[in-house]
Design a protein around this ligand. Sequence first.
Ligand code: UD1
Length: 400
Amino acid sequence: MGNRKLRVLSVFGTRPEAVKMAPIVRLLAQSAGVESRVCVTAQHRQMLDQVLSLFEVTPDYDLDLMRDDQSLAQLSAAIFTNLDPVITDFKPDWVLAQGDTTTVAMTSLLAYYHRIKFGHVEAGLRTHDKWQPFPEEINRRVAGVTADLHFAPTEWSKQNLLREGIDESIIKVTGNTVIDALQYVSKQDEPAEITELIMSLRAIAKQSPSAGGLLRREEHPPRNDIGNDDKKLILVTAHRRENFGRPMEDICQALIELAKRGDVEIVYPVHLNPNVQEPVYRLLKGKDHITLLPPLDYLPLVHLMKHTALILTDSGGIQEEAPAFGIPTLVLREVTERPEGVAAGTLKLVGTGTSRIFQEAKRLLDNEIAYAEMAKAVNPYGDGHAAEKIIQALISNDLS
Ligand code: UD1
C-alpha cells in the first residue's frame, strides 16, 4: 500500500460501546501511519454524548439515528442506509466495531458488502442461547461470521470462536478495553454529583437511628464491613430487553422488600429506554431508601461504584467492572456471556424472581463470611493495554 496511511473507521452507537471504543480511537488518533475516523450512529443520543465528552472524542460522522419507539428493524434499516455513504466516502481499509448491539451487527454486514475488512472488538462472548440476551447473542454471532480479525478479551472467548471453526491465526486475545477505560477514569477526581449524592444519603442514614452509623467511603477493594451497623449502599442497574415487562416488575418488587430492611440505601440510575423508565418510576418513585437517578455518565458511575457494598445488575459492562473492584454482584439474568467473573466468585447469577433476588441479597447483607467470599478483587480482563494490542494487530495484519 506504499506510503498511504492505514484507514480505520470506528463505528459505535450506544454508551457502553463508546466507553469500550474510546481507548482505541484515542490511541488510533495518535498512531503514525493511521488515518482514523469515527462514525457514531447515535443509536443513543444523550447517553452516548456524555461519554464522547468524557473521553474527548469528536466524531467525524454523526448519523443521529435515535427515534422514539424505533423498532430493531427500523434502526437496522437506518444504519444500513446512512452508514453506506460514509464507507463509500472514506474508503477505509478496516472497519472496527465493539460488542453486540444493533449498530455492531449492521456495521459488520455493511463492511462485508463493501468487501472491507472488519475487526470485531470484544469478540467471542456467547451464552449459546439465542434469546438471552435478546438480540445481542445473535448480533455478536453475526459480527463473528463477518470478522477478519477477532479481538477476544479472554482465553474463554477465544475458545468459543475456535469451536465455531474460526481460524486461530485471526483471533487475538487482547484483554478487554473496559480496563483501559477504567484506568482512564479512575485517575480523575470524584465528580461533585457523587460527593453530593453520598452526603445526602449520609444525611438520610443519620435520621434513621436503627441503622446507626454512616454510609462508608469504600476503599478499593471495598473493605469487608458488612455485618456492622453501617448502612450499605446497593447500586442497581437493569435495562435488558428480555427483562422488559414482568421480570422488570419482579426486580422492582425485590428492591422494595430490600429497602424495607432500613439498613440499606438503594441507588438506581434508570436507563432512558421508556420500557425501563415506566415500570421503574411507577413502582419505585418516592419509596424510602430508594433513590432513582437519571442515567449516570461513566465517570460518576465508576466513582459511585467505589462507595458500593453490593451491586444488582443485568448490564454486561458492570459484570466486568465489578470483579476489578471486588464488589459482590448479583446478576439479574439466567445466563451470562461473562463467566470469568462468576468463576472468580465475584458474580452470582440470580435471575429475575423477586424472592431469589431478595434472599441472595439478604444472605450477603447478613452473613459476613458469605460477603467476604465474593468480595475478592480479581481482574480477568487484562492489563489495561488492550487498545494497544488491537491497533498493533491491525497494523501487522496489514503488513503480512
Ligand atoms: C441498547 C443495546 C444493548 C445495550 C444498551 C446499552 C441493541 C439491540 N441493544 O439497548 O445491547 O446494552 O443499548 O444502553 O442495540 N433512549 C434515549 N436516550 C438515550 C438512550 C436511549 O432516549 O440516550 C431511549 C430512546 O427512546 C431509544 C430507546 O431508549 O429509542 C431504546 O434504545 P435502543 O438503542 O433501541 O435499545 P436499548 O434497549 O437502549
